[in-house]
Write a protein that binds this ligand. Structure first.
Ligand SMILES: [Fe+2]
Ligand SMILES: [Fe+2]
Length: 148
């Protein structure tokens, strides 16, 4: 896949997830540094596709892109002091999954990508290759966003 193929595929899924759900709301929440959750999720989707190419993963990329775009679909500002935001690092995959299931019909792999992306903080590893890709790319993107 060329970089523009990747961007096109991501844009298509962002459109779908914005039409059927609340993807655009994640533009209002900061993830790391000055990066919004929306930008972070698009970045994770982009580099997940790059890694899938690097690994010669020939499976359908739909689940990888949707899982990456939804992995942080928790839809609140975790920097805001609020009891419900306690232990954000541990709880947000469950919140993201609950929100995503309210808005979309997810596949088993998509659910796995969202739920397991905080491994090893949450000691349950992903059980599919797509889940491992998003889990690792998420770490790399987060470090980049914090230090950039
Ligand atoms: Fe996350
Ligand atoms: Fe993330």
């Amino acid at each position: 896949m060329t970089p523009s193929d990747r961007k096109r595929l991501i844009a298509k899924h962002v459109r779908e997830l914005s039409r059927d759900g609340r993807m655009q709301r994640s533009r209002n929440f900061i993830q790391h540094g000055s990066t919004s959750v929306y930008e972070h999720s698009v970045r994770v989707a982009y580099y997940s596709l790059s890694m899938a190419d690097f690994l010669h993963l020939h499976r359908d990329r739909r689940e990888l892109v949707r899982g990456a775009l939804l992995h942080d679909y928790f839809l609140y500002d975790w920097h805001e002091k609020d009891k419900s935001h306690n232990l954000h690092g541990f709880r947000h995959p469950f919140t993201a999954l609950r929100n995503a299931e309210a808005d979309f019909t997810l596949s088993r792999r998509e659910r796995n990508i969202i739920l397991r992306h905080m491994f090893p903080l949450i000691p349950a590893p992903p059980t599919c290759l797509e889940g491992w890709i998003v889990c690792m790319v998420d770490k790399g993107c987060s470090v980049y966003e914090v230090i950039k």
